[in-house]
Design a protein around this ligand. Structure first.
Ligand code: N01
Length: 523
């Protein structure tokens, strides 16, 4: 729901509380819609030349979503005519562009501008942000509030493999796909078998001469009958015309990902096989997935050994089988699980001394997700750096939204709000934006200059997060992922069910925050 003012502030007061939104992806656009409805002035600064964030940057072959679109969309902009249950990148990008057009947001966005650093100015109780423009110029931006909407997976990670720069052919990351490079008839090497690799690999295997896939560890991938299906006209009609049908479907998906299988993710201390599964349900899930893999691989023992993960299901992001297993069975595809020793000019060398010749090298190696907000430099009260407060890779925030010492700064998809257990990230984004706007309303209506979460509230919440995560699959010692830092502390994923996070963020409680009054002009 849009924000309701209790006492509508004057235009002048609203103008004084201008907001800077960093990023024009799904989170930034959601924030913009709600700010606009509330009449709070805002500006979006976007590093790219267009709208869309992750859905603009990622356009590798067959790039798409693995959360059903009828929930992976804004609640305020339902769409009955998604062509598929799990849409491809272009359809999602068009949906974001439609939202921007319908709400008239484009004029509020400055493209090709990156926020390099931000500093809280105590005297004026405002944020001063240093912007770097594409032409190298820098400028200062002044705002009362800042909302970071930079996503989690926004900085491609390049593997630290010796000789990478020596490779003779074309090479690129999946998030920076080079469409100028012709793959037909080429020998291609792809490093990484996460969600990006698992979509891109099958999409290119049919056209390349040979595909060598380098797998460091296998990922679990499940089958969903709707994954490859288009939505029928009858279904679209019902979604558009039958009262409450779309809401009902959305609610079912919400429930399924919220409550449906949360217990699958929790360790049972008495479980006899803690290496491979967590509890009875998790084990049943494992057996179902293993049977599926065996069936897909036609009993090929060598490939089955390579493809069955040793860690429990959901330890890393559960993927959707995108014809992955059929792809690794192809005659022109090798799945290589011998460690890479180095990249050489003519291909990739593995620790057994074999060189796998390649003309093109694709890095499906994921993102620098663990350093939340990096490389943005944020200096709060008393010039305290956010990266110091977080000791680099140990980010914490109250509800993933607010951090002490950083007044008037709100995060979307901040620490411990990533969804690794199903459910739509857009749901979390909407919860966060609603909460943030309530915080702003409270500050503006009380005629305060700043709002800052109390340290004790923040600490207590993070203790709860840590306690909940301890028991969950991502903390499993056999799982190595970007969901946690090098101290095995889960920093990215949320331990809560969707409904829990909704309840936590539903109402902003002013008692959990400290407000600082606005200085009158003569002070
Ligand atoms: O990245 P990843 P991604 N040497 O980090 C391997 C979302 N997403 O881009 O597993 C060798 O998951 C690494 O190996 P390992 C979704 O949230 C969604 O694929 O660490 N290998 C892994 O195999 C997802 O979770 C969709 O052992 C190296 C791969 O590279 C997130 O994005 C589609 C290596 C990286 O996998 C990230 O997915 C795409 C090295 N030095 C993305 N370094 C959909 O919704 C890394 N690897 C469908």
């Amino acid at each position: 729901r849009r924000l309701q003012w209790r006492t509508r502030p004057s235009e002048q007061r609203l103008e004084d509380h201008k907001v800077l939104v960093i990023g024009a992806g799904l989170s930034g656009i959601c924030a913009a819609v709600r700010l606009q409805e509330a009449g709070i002035p805002y500006e979006i600064v976007e590093k790219n030349d267009d709208i869309g964030g992750t859905w603009l940057e990622n356009d590798y072959p067959d790039c798409g979503v693995d959360t059903a679109n009828h929930i992976y969309s804004y609640s305020f902009k339902p769409k009955a005519d998604w062509s598929r249950y799990f849409s491809k990148r272009d359809e999602i990008l068009n949906y974001i562009l439609e939202t921007v057009r319908d709400y008239g947001i484009r004029d509020h966005i400055r493209f090709g501008v990156e926020v390099e650093s931000m500093a809280w100015d105590e005297a004026s109780a405002r944020w001063q942000s240093r912007l770097r423009h594409r032409d190298g110029r820098t400028s200062l931006h002044d705002s009362r509030f800042v909302i970071t909407a930079v996503g989690i997976l926004n900085r491609p990670a390049y593997p630290d493999i010796a000789g990478l720069d020596d490779f003779r052919g074309a090479k690129f990351h999946t998030a920076e796909w080079d469409h100028e490079v012709e793959l037909a008839g080429k020998r291609v090497a792809m490093i990484g078998t996460g969600a990006s690799g698992m979509q891109a690999g099958p999409a290119i295997a049919g056209k390349v001469r040979h595909l060598s896939i380098f797998q460091r560890s296998p990922h679990w991938a499940g089958y969903n009958p709707l994954y490859h299906k288009t939505v029928s006209e009858g279904q679209m009609w019902a979604l558009a015309n039958v009262p409450l049908f779309a809401e009902w479907q959305r609610f079912l998906m919400f429930w399924a990902s919220s409550d449906g299988f949360h217990s699958t993710l929790k360790m049972d201390p008495d479980w006899p096989q803690p290496d491979i599964s967590l509890n009875r349900e998790n084990h049943a899930m494992r057996e179902m997935l293993v049977n599926y893999i065996k069936e897909q691989l036609n009993g090929d023992e060598e490939l089955i050994r390579k493809c069955v993960p040793s860690y429990p299901p959901y330890g890393k992001r559960m993927l959707r089988d995108n014809n992955w297993y059929k792809t690794v069975l192809r005659g022109n595809v090798d799945l290589i699980d011998t460690a890479i020793s180095r990249v050489v000019p003519e291909g990739v060398e593995t620790s057994d001394g074999v060189t796998h010749a390649a003309d093109v090298l694709i890095l499906a190696t994921g993102f620098n997700a663990t350093r939340v907000l990096w490389p943005l430099e944020v200096a709060g009260r008393g010039e305290r750096q956010l990266s110091d407060q977080w000791a680099g890779e140990d980010p914490r925030a109250y509800l993933g939204i607010a951090a002490p010492n950083f007044p008037n700064l709100f995060m979307t998809l901040g620490p411990n709000t990533g969804l690794a257990h199903g459910g739509s990230a857009i749901f979390h984004i909407e919860c966060q934006v609603k909460y943030i706007l309530q915080a702003m309303r409270e500050t503006i209506e009380r005629d305060q200059a700043s709002v800052e979460v109390r340290q004790d509230v923040h600490d207590r919440y993070n203790d709860r997060v840590d306690e909940a995560c301890k028991n969950m699959v991502w903390s499993h010692p056999g799982v190595n992922s970007w969901y946690k830092n090098d101290k095995n502390r889960v920093t990215i994923t949320s331990p809560w069910r969707l409904v829990d996070y909704w309840a936590l963020t539903r109402r902003f409680d002013p008692a959990e925050y400290t407000f600082t009054p606005r200085k009158s002009p003569e002070q």
